[in-house]
Design a protein around this ligand. Structure first.
Ligand SMILES: [Zn+2]
Length: 155
């Protein structure tokens, strides 16, 4: 950005180069430039002066995780088939879990991660914390993905 003093210096230099008639011609040319009538002479673009940070950015490096991890694994076995196989082998089937009066109950939406058995076939394996379930059908141990209550404690 030129200051008024530096522009005055440029005008003084131009005036030293030209006599009065030549200066009138120069002023005519300046007016043509101002009116955008000349394709060969354009004022310096001041976009950079007005927007010094335009397009001044860097791109972040690629994130290490590109795909979201699979949220729910596909069950490897089918609990209905496992129940039928157990009945053929042992004569009697696997009954749903009989719960004691004060025993912890798995959440009703819980399913075995290995055989997809519903909550009636699942034990809570770690007591009151209810974070770990065991399947009565296939004996798999897995996390309950229990929805925890949000704490109302402030910072
Ligand atoms: Zn299971």
């Amino acid at each position: 950005m030129q200051t008024i003093a530096s522009i005055t210096r440029i005008v003084r230099w131009v005036c030293k180069q030209l006599n009065f008639d030549e200066l009138l011609v120069a002023i005519t040319i300046f007016l043509e430039v101002i009116n955008n009538q000349r394709d060969d002479i354009k004022p310096r673009c001041n976009f950079r002066d007005n927007h010094p940070n335009y397009r001044k950015f860097t791109v972040d490096s690629l994130v290490p995780l590109i795909e979201a991890p699979l949220k729910k694994a596909v069950p490897e076995a089918d609990f209905k088939r496992l129940l039928i196989e157990y009945r053929h082998k042992n004569g009697n089937g696997i009954k749903p879990v009989r719960r004691h009066k004060n025993s912890q109950v798995p959440p009703p939406y819980a399913r075995c991660e290995h055989c997809n058995a519903p909550a009636v076939y699942l034990y809570v394996n770690d007591g009151r914390r209810q974070n770990q379930l065991r399947c009565k059908v296939c004996n798999t141990l897995f996390p309950s993905h229990r929805i925890r209550k949000e704490s109302k404690t402030s910072y």
